[in-house]
Design a protein around this ligand. Structure first.
Ligand SMILES: O=C(O)CCC(=O)C(=O)O
Length: 284
């Protein structure tokens, strides 16, 4: 992706709260992601976990896959995608973590879910700063008829619930993007899913939700990611998922090890001796 194009996209993201970047992954990878989401939904069902969330979704045509990162390395790769991270960083700042990652397959006939802004899931109002960003990986084409995510222009400037107008649902506009694109949303942008009015087309989206490192993620990744996947996780993924002891602190180099500075046993014992002598001397 050309730097000039990305700079324009970042400027739009900052000004308008969203942007679309095409060809971040290939159409083949997108189709593979779509297929794998169904495989996870089926495996989850076999384990006794439903793909329907009646409290959130209006009908049984919206398929929720809440565990892509736990279930499949394909999605653990996707969440580290350099373009996605660069765009999330353009919103949040350099130090970020993955707050959540879920997917929705909207099937023909699916109706919209409740209107919301994602930052509200992890931070109480007022929402003054863009401390989160949702990177939506389009695993199929996305357009108004197949239930494209709909957003309210300018709503990333609303800082409290009181700012949401009574006619908010009349202000919604759909995103349009090709399979393989990402749609990046400032975490404060109000949005919902659309109506899928096609007769035979699924719309599949993966939501990589990143937040500032100091906000507690919605998922405890140390428990959610299987041990063998943690053991082989890249340093970037470990950092994004907070799998190490410093789960959400940036710049750990200057903080040393969580038990102190790692200097080796001889020096550590000498240091202990030093502080003990000082203690005895001051107590005497
Ligand atoms: O499926 C969509 O288009 C929107 C989904 C969404 O905003 C959510 O799951 O929180």
């Amino acid at each position: 992706m050309e730097k000039q194009f990305l700079d324009v996209a970042k400027a739009q993201l900052q000004a308008e709260g969203w942007c679309v970047i095409p060809d971040v992954i290939s159409r083949e990878q997108a189709a593979e992601g779509h297929r794998r989401l169904w495989a996870i939904a089926e495996a989850n069902a076999r384990d006794g976990f439903s793909c329907l969330l009646p409290d959130i979704d209006p009908d049984s045509r919206m398929v929720r896959v809440l565990s892509p990162l736990s279930s499949d390395g394909f999605f653990r790769e996707l969440i580290q995608n350099p373009t996605a991270l660069a765009m999330a960083r353009a919103v949040i700042g350099h130090d970020l973590v993955v707050a959540n990652c879920t997917a929705n397959i909207s099937q023909p006939g699916s109706a919209p879910m409740a209107l919301h802004a994602d930052l509200a899931f992890i931070l109480p109002e007022p929402w003054i700063h863009p401390w989160s960003a949702n990177v939506v990986f389009c695993l199929t084409d996305v357009y108004p008829n197949n239930g494209a995510t709909r957003y309210i222009p300018g709503s990333h400037r609303w800082t409290t619930m009181a700012d949401v107008p009574a006619n908010a649902s009349e202000l919604l506009e759909p995103f349009t993007a090709k399979a393989g694109s990402i749609v990046v949303m400032d975490g404060r942008l109000w949005h919902t899913s659309g109506n899928n009015i096609t007769t035979n087309e699924e719309r599949a989206l993966l939501f990589g939700y990143y937040s500032a490192y100091f906000l507690r993620p919605m998922i405890n990744w140390s428990l959610a990611i299987p041990a063998e996947a943690q053991a082989s996780a890249s340093p970037v993924l470990r950092d994004l998922l907070g799998l190490d002891v410093f789960a959400n602190a940036s710049n750990t180099d200057q903080q040393g090890h969580w038990r102190g500075m790692p200097v080796g046993k001889e020096r550590a014992m000498a240091d202990l001796h030093l502080v003990r002598s000082a203690r005895v001397a001051s107590a005497a």
